[in-house]
Design a protein around this ligand. Structure first.
Ligand code: GLN
Length: 488
């Protein structure tokens, strides 16, 4: 029965259809697994057994009435920055430890209207700031293959939950790589959709002009199914244009191949100084296998890559400082006690409620936006962002997709990147795509000699999710990476 935990959405759907098991039985199995995993790896901030069982009962009714979708009764998890009405939503911060969301995010509504069952809210770096899920007010999440290592972040809990068979798929969010990176470190698939492809309504923001909904799953096919249900314009999010949604998974089949696909290999990534030799070795094999499967590899250059990180760390703290201003101990969330003035209440609530990184970004961002400096910092970083986008547009005139490592390094030990600058560097290969707003995916690329997963990243233009899924699906079937043995 434990195999059930690692089946795909389609396989589980077939079993539910055939009445080999009920939605209630399925949900129970996943909840049990999630509880076991939780003790060792801290993937969740809140498990939702009662809500999930009620949803499963409902899903069985829907099956009985013949109104099911492919997601009916399928257990999933959501990062703890998705609001779900009536459910505690902390964003990994003490400042929201008792916050019960009064409304539900559009992404959650879309999944649950289709019948998916939410088993829990996953662990994350505070306010999605981080790359390791070490900096959650609820303790760190741990890597499923070696609990002494980080799972990647900030959506680390979601990736751990999926990798360990605690749920079938999960929602994370990305601002700079927060799903692709933990997906790479946990040996699963992480999808960063085009900015605006999926509604952000109801998600606790990090940087509103960059944040995207990002699903993770154990296969490209499952990620494609989930993306299809989530995508599309939402009147509650004015940054979601009415761009048609392709039948993503419908275009993935035995004929999907890499033959004739031009894959650009950006030299700024594959020749980067800090690239770990084990990652480089895996990537060389990935490139050779893609080429043998009919892809044409073309060396390309993205010279502005080096400006992405500095621009990101002006833009994101600026927007974060503005978004974090609402947490003041007055209207909702944590409130410091024993204060005597309004000023003191706000100061102490923020001081006691926020961890180090939100404080750091509030200060950086407030400085960068202050009068007299706004143009020098935020304005210039926005210009860099436009140039980066144009650079990607130019390179996509030559190639169908880019192929790069997802991260320059394999999973690292806790505390190794305690210097914030070292931690910021972890996203070097993911955050340029976030600034450019294009679509990108991380799939398992291989395993290091130490038995740790390495992610391979494909990048396609804005709203080119359809061709991205096809290329990633073909590559996944060529590479056939077996995940290392789980520790739990
Ligand atoms: N590590 C990056 C940051 O801290 C990315 C975070 C994210 O994608 N949410 O900003």
């Amino acid at each position: 029965m434990s195999d059930i935990l690692f089946l795909s959405i389609s396989e589980l759907h077939a079993k539910l259809e055939a009445k080999e098991l009920s939605c209630v039985e399925l949900t129970k199995r996943f909840l049990e697994r999630a509880e076991t995993v939780q003790k060792e790896l801290n993937a969740f901030i809140t498990l939702l057994p009662e809500r999930a069982m009620a949803q499963a009962v409902q899903a069985d009714k829907v099956f009985a009435e013949g109104r099911q979708t492919i997601l009916t009764g399928i257990p999933y998890a959501a990062k703890d920055n998705y609001n779900i009405a009536g459910v505690r939503t902390t964003a990994g911060s003490k400042i929201l430890e008792n916050y019960i969301a009064p409304y539900t995010a559009t992404a959650i509504i879309r999944l649950e209207t289709a019948g998916a069952v939410c088993i829990g809210k996953t662990n994350m770096d505070e306010f999605a700031m981080g790359s390791s899920t070490e900096y959650s007010a609820y303790g760190p999440a741990r890597n499923p293959y070696n609990p002494n290592l980080v799972p990647g972040g900030s959506s680390g809990g979601s990736a751990v939950a999926v990798a360990t068979g605690s749920c079938v798929f999960a929602l994370g969010t990305e601002t700079g790589g927060s799903v692709r990176l933990p997906a790479a470190f946990c040996g699963i698939v992480g999808m960063k959709t085009t900015y605006g492809r999926i509604s952000r309504y109801g998600i606790i923001p990090l940087a509103s002009s960059i944040d995207v909904v990002s699903p993770c799953a154990r296969s490209v096919f499952d990620a494609a199914i989930v993306t299809g249900w989530l995508a599309g314009a939402d009147p509650l999010d004015s940054t979601t244009p009415d761009v048609p949604i392709d039948n993503y998974e419908g275009h993935l089949n035995a004929n999907t191949s890499l033959v004739g696909k031009k894959l650009g290999i950006p030299k700024e990534y594959i020749q980067a100084e800090g690239l770990d030799p084990a990652v480089k070795q895996v990537m060389e094999k990935v490139m050779a296998q893609c080429e043998a499967a009919g892809a044409e590899l073309v060396e390309v250059s993205l010279p502005l890559t080096k400006y992405a990180l500095p621009a990101y760390y002006v833009l994101v703290p600026s927007e974060a400082s503005s978004n974090l201003a609402r947490h003041n101990g007055v209207t909702f969330g944590f409130r410091s006690t024993g204060t005597s003035t309004a000023q003191e209440l706000i100061e102490l609530s923020r001081d006691e409620g926020f961890g180090a990184e939100p404080k750091r970004r509030s200060m950086l961002g407030t400085f960068a936006l202050s009068s007299g400096y706004h143009e020098a910092y935020y304005g210039r970083a926005q210009k860099v962002r436009t140039l980066l986008r144009q650079e990607f547009e130019t390179v996509f005139k030559q190639v169908d997709a880019l192929l790069t490592p997802t991260s320059a390094m394999p999973p690292f030990v806790f505390g190794e990147k305690s210097d914030p600058l070292q931690m910021y560097l972890v996203d070097l290969f993911t955050l340029p795509t976030n600034l450019a707003g294009v679509s990108a995916i991380s799939i398992p690329g291989g395993v290091t000699p130490d038995g740790l997963p390495v992610g391979a990243q494909f990048i396609t233009p804005q709203f080119a999710e359809d061709s991205l899924f096809q290329i990633a699906y073909a590559a996944e079937h060529v590479l056939k990476v077996e995940p290392p043995p789980l520790a739990v």
